[in-house]
Design a protein around this ligand. Sequence first.
Ligand SMILES: C[S@@+](CC[C@H](N)C(=O)[O-])C[C@H]1O[C@@H](n2cnc3c(N)ncnc32)[C@H](O)[C@@H]1O
Length: 268
Amino acid sequence: MRCAAGKARETCVSQVKGNPPPLDCDRSMTRTAPAGPSRREAWRMFDRISRRYDLLNRLLSFGRDVSWRNRLASYLPQGTRVDLLDLATGTGDVLLTLRQRCNTIAAAVGLDLAPRMLQHARLKASRMNMQRDVYFARGDVSRLPFAAGSFDVVTIAFGIRNFISISETLQEIFRVLRPQGRLVILEFSLPTKAVLRACYMIYLRRIVPLIGWAVSGDSQAYRYLDETVETFPYGWAFREEMAKAGYVEVTACPLTFGVATIYAGYRP
Ligand SMILES: C[S@@+](CC[C@H](N)C(=O)[O-])C[C@H]1O[C@@H](n2cnc3c(N)ncnc32)[C@H](O)[C@@H]1O
């Protein structure tokens, strides 16, 4: 099997140059900084909820998170062998999905700071009989333990909004990418249509922490989710961040009414 480039992808590609932000729709103006646990300690919170993390992902996204991760596979280069690094790999869903769907992946490495999340990732890999196909390691995205030019593809799903400095992280990833290497990021965003956006805000602020508390016993973690989603510079603003860090051919593809977006760019 190969990683087929999704047809839909071609239709939603837009580049930074000559593409101004549509009013204030591309960036949340509702909050300025997360009031919950600090981003520095975010990994501890993920460790606490690691047992219920996958279940809550399925529940809270109505199962859409699976198809969003599958969509990432269409962004991998076709026909050439690639070494892939998945940052903030968590319980390993992205790395395992990509490794399963793409036979062009040579090395598949997942990195995260939360040891219990990684424990679940390793368990899942061995249940799927993939323990020899993927490698999970503990590490911080701000100081990647890899030499310059080590990877052809770097992926991050729902991780970058948790990092302390987005621009420094983008630069650090740039360092470990090979020339022509690709960065693909899946992250939450907000719907641009006003009515949808208002409904989604109610869901994020009121319902998500409630379900999070009922299932994991930790409502703080799911309030943090809302705070980080609302303060993340998504859409045009994030494409600009990528361009500033040196990435070229930067694209953004909104998914499911703009609730999530896939960003992609190359290291020249
Ligand atoms: C929302 S989870 C995403 C997990 C996975 N990528 C997915 O798609 O489900 C965010 C992950 O980022 C990790 N994380 C947060 N800060 C980090 C850092 N500085 N370095 C590495 N991982 C970090 C957390 O431990 C957590 O597992």
